[in-house]
Design a protein around this ligand. Structure first.
Ligand code: GSH
Length: 267
């Protein structure tokens, strides 16, 4: 997507500038889409720099994350990953066997267009944690803090509630959402079986999608504590998978959540 308003004007060739929200305390970012792109960049070993959007700078699509690469803006996490795979010749992170490709496509929909909405359902019910130290509370003082807690947070919660309702998950009861969530976790657990990654021994881009949505589900507050209990007790292989990816690609996870620093030297 051509952009006349580049955030990074003195860009370096073949370096990715990832524009996203500031860090949070429970998780490096409360945006599953930004976490997906940042995790993919690490899996693909593509050099990148984070840019804090300070809740203001949005893509031409009106959202984050977006990237700037060689003076062009790419927005939408899925399209960003496709563009990165093409530009940096990272075809080894894609699935090529037709039957696995078809299954991965279905799991993409489960993760991004179903399970993700359990997290957004929770945030639509109560997003107050975003203004606590587990969220972005540590940045928020004075007038900025007052505006965030009393205006922005309410707007975020209202928006996410509306989106969850439009998607459908938001019209379910808590019991129904919990049931749907368990079914998704079971399906992922069965697909993973005893493999290191969803499709075998090698990490693929679908693992960045799975990691991002599972991390938001498990590390940020949900409407029911039963989700985390179910995940740990009934899908232990998925729990190990989440930790495996975190340990390999997010060695700086705890430090990032502690310092909220966006300048990561992750390796
Ligand atoms: N389909 C987009 C979704 C991005 C998205 O929903 N981003 C949220 C943050 S998690 C956002 O920018 N929301 C602000 C808004 O919509 O006004 C993607 O995959 O990047």
């Amino acid at each position: 997507m051509p952009s006349t308003n580049l955030v990074k004007r003195d860009w370096e060739k073949d370096h990715v500038y990832l524009v996203q929200f500031p860090r949070a305390g429970f998780i490096p970012t409360p945006s599953p889409y930004a976490l997906k792109v940042e995790t993919f960049l690490r899996m693909a070993d593509i050099p990148y720099t984070n840019i804090n959007n300070e809740f203001k700078t949005m893509s031409a699509r009106g959202q984050i994350p977006f990237i700037e690469l060689n003076g062009r803006q790419h927005a939408d996490s899925t399209l960003i990953i496709d563009a990165l795979i093409e530009h940096f010749h990272k075809g080894d992170l894609e699935i090529h066997t037709p039957s696995d490709k078809a299954i991965a496509r279905a799991f993409f929909a489960l993760l991004e267009h179903h399970l993700n909405w359990v997290t957004f359902f929770s945030r639509g019910q109560d997003f107050s944690w975003l203004a606590t130290p587990g969220g972005m509370g540590r940045y928020l003082s004075g007038i900025k803090g007052f505006a965030f807690k009393n205006l922005m947070l309410k707007q975020f919660q209202k928006k996410v509630k509306g989106r969850a309702a439009a998607q459908g998950m938001g019209t379910f009861s808590k019991e129904e959402v919990l049931e749907q969530c368990k079914k998704d976790l079971d399906a992922l657990s069965i697909q993973l079986a005893d493999k290191p990654y969803l499709f075998g021994n090698e990490v693929k881009s679908i693992d960045a999608v799975a990691f991002a949505h599972l991390a938001e589900l498990i590390y940020t507050p949900q409407f029911s504590p039963e989700i985390k209990v179910y995940f740990e007790e009934k899908t232990p292989n998925l729990n190990a998978y989440l930790n495996r990816i975190k340990d390999k690609y997010w060695k700086d996870w705890a430090e990032t959540c502690e310092t909220m620093n966006m300048n990561t030297t992750w390796k």
